[in-house]
Design a protein around this ligand. Sequence first.
Ligand code: ARG
Length: 247
Amino acid sequence: AVLVFLFAAGCMGEAEPSPDAKPHYIVGIDGDYPPFSYIEADGSAAGFDVESIRWIGEEMGFDVTIQPMAWDGIVTSLVTKRIDMVYSGMTITPERQERVSFTKPYWIVNQAVAARSDSTMTIDDVLAGEVVLGAQRGSTAADYIKTNLVDTGILSQGDFKEYASFPLAVADLENERVDAVMFDVPVVNEFVVEKDLRKVGIVETNEEYGVAVRKEDTELLEILNEGIDRLQASPKWDELKVTYGLE
Ligand code: ARG
């Protein structure tokens, strides 16, 4: 009977976990979203969110693998179990909540508009639909632009361009294919110092970042909420804020 069991287990590809084996979760990130999640020159993942989940994993007793992937469709990857959570500057929205569950909010952001440093546009010009705008496909910035500018007829469809990642949008900004881009404030702050860009202004959207998990993973959700609590109560939290220039 033991042999039959082992054979069957082997066929199903499921080894018996050793009693002290830690759970292992695959964390989906956008690898182009500094300071929250990005890939270093040596190929390793880094960022405020990446270090947060590594710390929470240590604290709560699970292992993590960081999996960079396309942002657009990352929720589908979670639902279809290619990853176990999204921890990558993801805003909690009602649309996403129809498909996945979120932890408690751990960060709050607004949207910022950036342009080339030689431009003279104001945020009012942007909101009046007077400039060609870029944003990341599947982001809350793209939603904001569609809902408030395109669908209202303020900005023509052709004057809004969507990109797979932040660096691709910035490249088109530098090449003058778009006049301005809209992204979460901390990400824009990160890039304006590196590139020859100017922060034009801010749109107050008051978005809350949360970690997304599958709806059925209620136990993992509780573990993450506890982990976030412990992280925010620990000295590591301030250390991370300093390291990644967040306040
Ligand atoms: N916070 C915005 C959103 O949830 C932008 C996120 C983009 N984040 C990222 N990792 N690419 O849509």
